[in-house]
Design a protein around this ligand. Structure first.
Ligand SMILES: [Zn+2]
Ligand SMILES: [Zn+2]
Length: 111
């Protein structure tokens, strides 16, 4: 079985944007990879992984209204997972009705 250092991470050539994971002999544990398409050596390290930012996702429309009262929670404070000690999920407490709007999936990582 092939052991990947960064499972589920897709790597793309920095030069020609070719998909590297599919290239013959690709290993993400080498720290870099020479593209089979163009010969450019892309670095393959943790610092090169571009994650989607959950903070940006959740600043968008989805969580700007309270599930309970339907009023705006755009300016309400976000409480991060475990920030309050007993909340496995992030939530935004509605300043109007006090309802905790759970942001499922927020800040999850498989540590
Ligand atoms: Zn390339
Ligand atoms: Zn509310």
């Amino acid at each position: 079985m092939k052991k990947e250092k960064f499972p589920d991470i897709d790597w793309w050539c920095d030069n020609c944007r070719a998909y590297l994971n599919d290239q013959p002999g690709f290993m993400d544990s080498k720290g870099s990879w020479k593209c089979a398409e163009c010969g450019y050596t892309s670095s393959i390290t943790e610092a090169d992984i571009v994650y989607d930012s959950p903070a940006e996702e959740y600043s968008d429309a989805d969580f700007q209204t309270c599930t309970n009262c339907g009023r705006s929670i755009a300016d309400a404070n976000l409480t991060l997972p475990w920030e309050a000690g007993n909340n496995p999920s992030a939530y935004v407490r509605c300043p109007h009705c006090g309802y905790d709007n759970i942001l499922s999936g927020f800040g999850e990582d498989d540590d």
